[in-house]
Design a protein. Structure first.
Length: 759
């Protein structure tokens, strides 16, 4: 092999890397052979010939474009892409293309010091033999966030911020005069004032808020919010604007609305809820006339219609957009937040407290403004008619889910109206009024639910981990919240309202006089795509091993019915959680968009979010669009609303990550005084670095590290979700029962470590 004068001998691999670097660093330039030889200092004939051969190969692989017989340039069409940089503490960084393609590995030396979540431009590197595909960051288009949260370490002349999870390449350097009084051990929020560059690898920042001492409950919750760029306090000017809103309802406003104040209406919410944003009303309508007979009388009591009555059910939603005007200071803050955030021990509301807990909240015995969907249903909950209207209501009663569940029990003895005694098995009940109405609503909801699943809706009733918290914020009990008749009653009527609101705008209108189809106006939809076919096929291959069958081809309805049969079939079996977990991974994430593709999980052709404008900004957008269209307005600017939809989808994901982190923190805190305790558990997750185990008693999840599985060398079988020992062939599989001992509870890392108590 030839070599450069005065330099080391060049082999094929070294020369390929040199060519690759030259073209990547100059992606827009065309190089002639002469320029390449000069730039790389190639001055022997064999080396020049090797370079020409290599460029031919790189052009054949579409890495380079051949401009002429003796010149090449980087093939930008296939080699340069934009997307998101994902930084990992273990150095296994990756690039996620905007087109949703497969993530590509980015080594630290090729990262250009990009931070987690940054938008970047990359070039793909020529693949080396027996190596994975790699990308090189050539430009940072925008930083995900310019703030960081962590723990301060203050030295004599300077300080550092040590961030959670080591998301930065280096700790953030803070000049002493920019500490804002922070001391070693304090949790703080820092604004980054200087990003790393080729000249300086340091990240420089200044403290903008000292949260307080590590370990304090408020400090830790605020730190979780700050970590995701979520607000943990409300701006004073927004709260002041809310204070100026007049809560009273004028006679003129009532005259413009449908009046439901004399119809039985109630709210049903969690027992600790304060923002009641939806209510249900119900009243009987005259029975439908029998064929060939006169009209029958309406039933005197709810539920006694002999199976042929009609019910008017109103789904009443707080009319937030009446008070929050588009473009106002309150609205701008709501857009930024896009959603309320629910941590374990607190709610960070989208709207100021005066609005969400007082003015807009549908509190009992108070007149409130609503936007409502009014349905006429028969005894089987078939929709005979509906309309959408601005209304005024007066809720008769505020129920907690627990109260309603007691009323709906078959063994429940109705309380006497006006009586002081309570049924022994229903200690939460105050009196009997409303019980018959609730039972009728429940009967209708069960019909709606049954029809929805028959229509192809996917049946995923996931349990949620909850904690009981004492006055200091310390968790004293962990438990799963399960869906029941009371929660399903509300769910079905909210789904029905959301579906019909979406249809009212999205469904193609009748053809115009000229025969052309009317175009649907701009609308905000909640969309959910079909499952990933590859993951669905992997699920089918996986469940076959347990004796289950599943369809992966055919109509959407056929696939979803097959999924439901699978969910029903594994109920109560050892493999239930395992199959549910794998099936969920095949599902796509729901999001907001003005481009409707339907909602696969619900089997609805049209679906939106209309029912929670107090806590979700998309619902407020839907309220405003409906109001404009009812007033005769033209279709809204789709591009503007699509941009808002993308922002709301992103903020929803961010809020969910913060919520999960708060659960992790409370889980570790709950187990911190139980070091050494042993529990029955089951394997809830498998990774190449260990197994996750969920304690059966309290549902807290910890990890058994691969280092602690020291009886064998285990291989990770990703396809079958298990670890298999090489020598003894022991197998650890998702769903297997295990006995674990609590080894460590690291609050700072929000990490719970187990070891196997019985190997």
């Amino acid at each position: 092999m030839s070599k450069k004068k005065g330099g080391k001998r060049l082999n094929k691999r070294m020369l390929q890397e040199m060519l690759q670097t030259l073209f990547q660093q100059n992606p827009n330039e065309t190089f002639s052979f002469k320029q390449i030889f000069k730039a790389l200092k190639l001055d022997t004939h064999p080396t020049k010939m090797l370079a020409i051969d290599l460029m031919e190969e790189m052009a054949w692989d579409d890495y380079l474009s051949k401009v002429s017989d003796n010149s090449y340039r980087l093939n930008l069409k296939t080699q340069v892409q934009e997307g998101t940089f994902i930084r990992k503490a273990n150095g296994k960084n990756s690039f996620q293309p905007d087109d949703g393609g497969t993530p590509v590995f980015v080594s630290e030396r090729n990262s250009l010091f990009a931070m987690n979540g940054d938008r970047v431009k990359v070039t793909y590197m020529a693949r080396r033999e027996k190596h994975i595909k790699e990308a090189m960051v050539v430009e940072i288009l925008s930083h995900k966030r310019d703030q960081a949260v962590g723990k301060l370490k203050v030295e004599k002349d300077y300080a550092f911020l040590i961030t959670e999870g080591n998301i930065f390449v280096h700790d953030i350097f803070i000049p002493k005069k920019k500490l804002k009084g922070g001391k070693t051990g304090d949790k703080a929020v820092v604004k980054i004032t200087q990003w790393p560059s080729k000249e300086s690898k340091n990240i420089v920042g200044e403290v903008i808020d000292v949260l307080g001492k590590e370990g304090d409950n408020n400090v830790e919750m605020h730190a979780i919010l700050a970590q995701y760029g979520l607000p943990y306090k409300y701006p004073h000017n927004v709260e002041e604007a809310a204070e100026k809103i007049e809560p009273g309802i004028t006679p003129e406003e009532i005259a413009r609305r449908e009046d439901f104040r004399d119809v039985f209406t109630c709210t049903i919410d969690p027992k600790d809820a304060k923002d009641f944003d939806d209510a249900l009303s119900i009243r009987s309508l005259p029975l439908t006339p029998s064929k060939g007979k006169g009209n029958s009388k309406a039933p005197s009591l709810l539920g006694e219609g002999g199976g042929r009555g009609l019910w008017e059910v109103g789904v009443h939603i707080a009319d937030v957009s009446h008070y929050v005007k588009e473009g106002s200071v309150i609205d701008k803050e709501a857009v930024k937040r896009a959603t309320s955030v629910y941590l374990v021990d607190r709610t960070i509301p989208m709207l100021p407290e005066r609005l969400c807990n007082f003015i807009c909240s549908l509190r009992p015995d108070e007149e409130k403004l609503c936007y409502s969907v009014i349905f006429v249903l028969d005894e089987e909950a078939n929709v005979k008619d509906y309309h959408i209207a601005h209304t005024v209501i007066k809720s008769n009663r505020r129920y907690a889910y627990e109260e309603v569940q007691e009323i709906l029990k078959p063994t429940h003895k109705p309380s006497q109206k006006g009586g002081e005694q309570r049924a022994a098995e229903a200690p939460l009940l105050l009196e009997g009024k409303g019980e018959a109405e609730l039972r009728t609503l429940d009967k209708l909801a069960k019909c709606l639910r049954e029809r929805r699943f028959k229509g192809g809706a996917v049946k995923f009733d996931r349990e949620e981990l909850h904690f009981d918290i004492d006055e200091t914020g310390k968790p004293v009990r962990a438990y799963f919240k399960k869906s029941n008749d009371a929660t399903q009653l509300i769910e079905e009527f909210m789904l029905l309202a959301n579906k019909y609101v979406a249809e009212s705008i999205g469904k193609a209108k009748k053809p115009k006089a000229n025969g052309q189809q009317s175009k649907a106006k701009t609308m905000v939809y909640r969309i959910h795509d079909q499952p990933d076919p590859t993951k669905l096929e992997a699920l089918r291959e996986f469940v076959v091993k347990f004796g289950y069958k599943m369809k992966t081809a055919g109509t959407k309805g056929a696939i979803s019915k097959s999924l439901n049969a699978l969910m029903d079939g594994c109920q109560g079996k050892k493999e239930q959680k395992l199959i549910e977990t794998v099936a969920l991974r095949a599902m796509m994430k729901a999001k907001y968009s003005t481009h409707n593709i339907g909602h696969y999980g619900l089997a609805f052709e049209y679906y939106t979010h209309f029912t929670s404008p107090i806590r979700r900004y998309p619902d407020m957008m839907v309220h405003r669009l409906l109001t404009k269209y009812q007033d005769g307005a033209r279709s809204a600017n789709q591009e503007k609303y699509e941009e808002l939809c993308e922002h709301c989808s992103d903020m929803e994901q961010t809020a969910q990550q913060a919520e999960r982190d708060s659960i992790k923190y409370k889980m570790v805190e709950f187990m911190a005084d139980k070091i050494g305790n042993e529990y029955d558990a089951h394997i809830s997750g498998i990774q190449s670095y260990g197994i996750y185990c969920e304690v059966d008693e309290n549902h807290c999840e910890g990890m058994v590290s691969m280092h602690d599985l020291d009886d064998d060398y285990y291989d990770f079988d990703e396809r079958n979700y298990c670890l298999v020992g090489r020598r003894h062939h022991n197998k650890y599989q998702l769903g297997d029962p295990v006995r674990v001992k609590v080894a460590r509870a690291n609050l700072e890392k929000r990490q719970l470590d187990f070891v196997l108590a019985d190997k």
